[in-house]
Design a protein around this ligand. Structure first.
Ligand SMILES: NC(=O)c1ccc[n+]([C@@H]2O[C@H](COP(=O)([O-])OP(=O)(O)OC[C@H]3O[C@@H](n4cnc5c(N)ncnc54)[C@H](OP(=O)(O)O)[C@@H]3O)[C@@H](O)[C@H]2O)c1
Length: 295
């Protein structure tokens, strides 16, 4: 193990928490940096976990969170712009701030982004993620960028939404349900990130997808099969989904956003040339098995 003390920005989140637990079990001293205290307890940890209240928009907070660390991870996310928080502030400006301060302090950095980032996307979220990656690479050329596909695992949003479809009398599909997805288990991504830190890998980009590439409609069918229900499935054009998401945007917590619709319009799979789990000796799990067997 080369890394002893790691600051995990977003260490209370769905992915960040898994990484914090994995690192603490391996004996690391982990600093969890987020705005709200999370309840992370790792029964058999040989390392330590401390929480430092941090808003990544504040340079002093970021400096305090990095103090004493050997490496940093940025697993902060914002999926909906609200309460004055913008994608630009979190995914570009704060990402660059963390990268700059980590580079100045001589710390290694793992920056979490996502498969499919594109500066020309229709989605403000996807454009900001792409700009954030560029800013991180310019500021901290040794940083490792990790791009997961959609995450699944206990209590995740994606497979929960698939399971909920079984309760509907009619299941509306995104378009004809032909978009290809490669959902990845959150623990597999956390394991990959831990190995990147442990092996001292620098200056690389990893795209992390699960073992199976599936069309959206096949994932829906698997979720319905698992529930033993087979309501009719109806194709719904993406233009209608975009219109619906525009209406839902007035809600404080919209169940569907324009950015999510746009993400589902394009295949979200690991690139043919991309460096992925195999380089880290990990065999990722498959969402189909998780939907049918729960693991
Ligand atoms: N979930 C997916 O399917 C998926 C797919 C591909 C890529 N990713 C990427 O994976 C990473 C982690 O995603 P996730 O789903 O685990 O996110 P998440 O569950 O929403 O967690 C976000 C984390 O960021 C922290 N955070 C948010 N705003 C902050 C701020 N201003 N200052 C400090 N901390 C802040 C949150 O804590 P506080 O709110 O308490 O501050 C929380 O710990 C993100 O980069 C995301 O884009 C996720």
């Amino acid at each position: 193990m080369t890394t002893q003390r790691v600051t995990v920005f977003g260490g209370t989140g769905f992915l960040g928490r898994r990484l914090v637990e994995r690192l603490a079990r391996a004996g690391c001293a982990v600093i969890v940096a987020a705005r709200h205290d999370g309840e992370i307890a790792v029964p058999d940890a040989s390392g330590t976990i401390v929480f430092r209240r941090t808003d990544v928009r504040d340079a002093d907070d970021v400096a305090a969170a990095l103090d004493g660390a050997d490496a940093a991870v940025n697993a902060v996310s914002l999926y909906v712009e609200r309460h004055g928080l913008s994608f630009e502030a979190i995914h570009v400006d704060a990402a660059a701030r963390i990268a700059r301060q980590a580079a100045e302090a001589g710390l290694r950095l793992v920056h979490v982004s996502g498969i499919g980032v594109d500066t020309r996307s229709d989605s403000a979220y996807v454009r900001a993620r792409a700009a954030g990656e560029n800013a991180v690479r310019q500021t901290h050329p040794d940083a490792v960028v990790v791009r997961p596909s959609v995450l699944f695992g206990p209590d995740d949003a994606f497979s929960s939404s698939l399971r909920m479809l079984a309760r509907l009398p009619v299941v509306p599909l995104f378009g004809r349900g032909e978009t290809r997805l490669q959902p990845v288990h959150v623990d597999d991504v956390a394991e990959a990130m831990a190995r990147i830190l442990e092996r001292g890998i620098t200056g690389a980009t990893f795209e992390l997808g699960g073992s199976g590439v599936h069309r959206y409609r096949d994932l829906v069918r698997a979720a319905l099969d698992a529930a033993g229900r087979h309501p009719p499935r109806v194709p719904v054009p993406f233009a209608l989904w975009r219109a619906l998401s525009a209406l839902l945007a007035v809600l404080p917590s919209p169940p569907l956003t324009r950015d999510q619709v746009i993400l589902l319009e394009t295949d979200n799979i690991v690139g043919e040339q991309a460096q992925t789990f195999a380089a880290l000796g990990i065999e990722p799990r498959d969402l189909l098995r998780f939907l049918t067997q729960g693991r």
